[in-house]
Write a protein that binds this ligand. Sequence first.
Ligand SMILES: C[S@@+](CC[C@H](N)C(=O)[O-])C[C@H]1O[C@@H](n2cnc3c(N)ncnc32)[C@H](O)[C@@H]1O
Length: 213
Amino acid sequence: MIVNEHVSKYIESLDADMPAGLMSLEKWALENEVPIIRHDTQQYLRFLLTKEKPKAILEIGTAVGFSTLYMLEYAPSDCRITTLEKVEMRLVHARQNLKGHERIKLIEGDAGESLKTLLKTGEKFDLIFLDAAKGQYPAWLPDILKLLADGGLLLTDNVLLEGSIAESKFSIERRDRTIHMRMREYLHALKHNDLLETVILPIGDGLAVSYLK
Ligand SMILES: C[S@@+](CC[C@H](N)C(=O)[O-])C[C@H]1O[C@@H](n2cnc3c(N)ncnc32)[C@H](O)[C@@H]1O
């Protein structure tokens, strides 16, 4: 946690409850160690969805569908969500949890390839939520930006790597160095792209919010 835990708990105590279905899915995900968006990220997302009223959302990293259903709840009633996931042990639950929601399209397979397929359709998204394999972010960024509508928002979760993003690469465990290096590369690319205005917020595990000008 980046923000003082005591303060975070207080802020959380002010939040209104989510619908029961989302609460039980969140509980199940946490009990089964599925990484899902944290409470402060949920609140910020809810705020943005209400304010921006996106009509088309692309989510990269469905897991079991918690954030997908969360966005469906707070986005406008005519918003469509396309969500990408490749891992079978997650897909088994995602298929089940997202079944019957006609405004949600689950695309199975590697997100890098799914992004290429989506590019061919010419579809654009008002909001893209990137929450998948962190090491792939720099490689996926060019395609993601092509899929983002003018004036759209790209939200990237977990960009602060539990705070280790600020540490020197020499103090990072060898096995984590590639992700550390790629996330720094990614954040640099976001902050130095003239087409984007990006703010990095210390909520959840760090959320980069980029606006395509
Ligand atoms: C942090 S979880 C997503 C959590 C979800 N957004 C939520 O908050 O409910 C990241 C997901 O990305 C998926 N993922 C990782 N690499 C991927 C890839 N190359 N293509 C598609 N999905 C991928 C993982 O299997 C995992 O389920």
